[in-house]
Design a protein around this ligand. Structure first.
Ligand code: ZN
Length: 72
């Protein structure tokens, strides 16, 4: 099954994104491979991107699952 839908970031959500791999690129940089569902047809799309910025964040990893607040 293939998907030809144009995908824009506007309809992609971090909560739907799964990081598949982080790897060293041949040029010494870091690459990231991740999967997101197509907003139009739910086909899982695999994307790859080079990491071109690394900085500090205040986020704590792992990020707390937002659904936890509904547990009780
Ligand atoms: Zn699609």
């Amino acid at each position: 099954m293939s998907c030809e839908h144009p995908v824009t970031a506007e309809y992609l959500y971090p909560s739907d994104t799964v990081v598949l791999d982080l790897y060293d690129q041949s040029d010494g940089g870091i690459g990231i491979r991740f999967a997101v569902p197509c907003p139009d047809c739910d086909t899982t799309l695999e994307m790859e991107a080079p990491v071109d910025s690394i900085g500090k964040t205040e986020l704590e990893i792992p990020i707390e699952d937002e659904t936890d607040q509904y547990d009780d």
